[in-house]
Design a protein around this ligand. Structure first.
Ligand SMILES: Nc1ncnc2c1ncn2[C@@H]1O[C@H](COP(=O)(O)OP(=O)(O)OP(=O)(O)O)[C@@H](O)[C@H]1O
Ligand code: NI
Length: 298
């Protein structure tokens, strides 16, 4: 996309997400997580191209026109907690006014009942009632985050895309937010949670998808991924080993530039298990794309 050069920001991604289920999408900065979310919402820049299908019920999101997306999808069928919430909140209106509108539209509540529903929604996202009358520019990053989460929860869309919903929050608030998102999924909503925070992913997710250089390289049940089996892709193993409570050793090297990806496995250059075989792109089969997957529990 940069000055006439094509960038494959997301390639060959395929997954299913059911009502009541949470899929956590993890991976290093720049690997394509937010681009994937933007693609589903039709929010990519005008010069971006998408191919394939993304079915939401009977609608193909990638084929839908802007009018359909704007009128019936964004906010209604798909809620978004954006990665930069401050940029998405309406700047001239207080958080209370924005929440009131959403809650009123959805529930038809009026007067006292509406006031109470707004405060309850704020509470769900750990947004303090005392700050409801602030405008977005008067909020810290963490508060803007929680305001955006409250709005997304209030919208009650069957699919929620939460892009880094816990950045800038301290551990207690991360846990509270994660638990609330889990409850939201348990109430029958599908949740795609994009996060750097593996502890939050573990707390919320039923399944984990690991993205590397624009591709999903592993999808696994969270209980296996974080449990005795462990990740199967060496990159995923590396992400877990980078955690302070584990080996605390970062994955060596840097991810490749997306406009200069190798033909084979994009992780091979950083991978201790790589062989000549890795010059060929590994197929994604049985939940992992790797020629030399890690043995369980290694
Ligand atoms: N508008 C754009 N123009 C050109 N390249 C873009 C554009 N938007 C995204 N990209 C490319 O897509 C890649 C993926 O970006 P994306 O924002 O999806 O990463 P991410 O995984 O969400 O990272 P982070 O964890 O930092 O949010 C970036 O490395 C960048 O090269
Ligand atoms: Ni992102």
């Amino acid at each position: 996309m940069r000055a006439g050069r094509d960038v494959a920001a997301v390639t060959d991604v395929s997954f299913r997400l059911m009502p009541g289920e949470c899929l956590a999408l993890i991976g290093e900065s720049g690997c394509g997580k937010s681009v994937l979310a933007s693609a589903l919402l039709g929010l990519l820049p005008a010069n971006a191209r998408t191919t394939g299908h993304a079915h939401l019920g009977d609608l193909d999101l990638l084929a839908a026109d802007e009018r359909t997306l704007a009128r019936t999808v964004r906010g209604r069928r798909i809620g978004l907690v954006p990665q930069s919430p401050a940029a998405h909140l309406t700047p001239v209106r207080t958080v209370r006014a924005q929440l009131r509108e959403t809650v009123r539209e959805l529930t038809g509540a009026r007067g006292r009942a509406l006031d109470e529903a707004v405060e309850a929604t704020a509470e769900r996202a750990a947004f303090p009632a005392g700050h409801l009358d602030r405008h977005p520019h008067q909020l810290s990053g963490g508060l803007a985050q929680r305001a955006a989460t409250a709005l997304a929860l209030a919208g009650d869309a069957p699919l929620l895309l939460a892009d880094e919903p816990t950045t800038g929050l301290d551990r207690d608030l991360v846990d509270r937010t994660a638990d609330e998102l889990r409850r939201h999924a348990d109430a029958g909503h599908a949740l795609l949670m994009i996060t750097h925070d593996l502890a939050a992913a573990r707390r919320v997710a039923d399944r984990v998808a690991v993205m590397y250089a624009g591709r999903i390289v592993e999808i696994a049940p969270a209980a296996d991924f974080f449990g005795a089996t462990g990740p199967r892709h060496p990159y995923a193993r590396g992400l877990l080993d980078a955690l302070p409570e584990r080996a605390f050793t970062p994955v060596p090297g840097m991810p490749p530039e997306l406009d200069a990806l190798p033909d084979g496995c994009a992780f091979a250059a950083r991978c201790a298990r790589a062989t000549e075989e890795c010059a060929a792109l590994p197929e994604f089969t049985g939940g992992v794309a790797c020629h030399h997957e890690e043995p369980p529990g290694a």
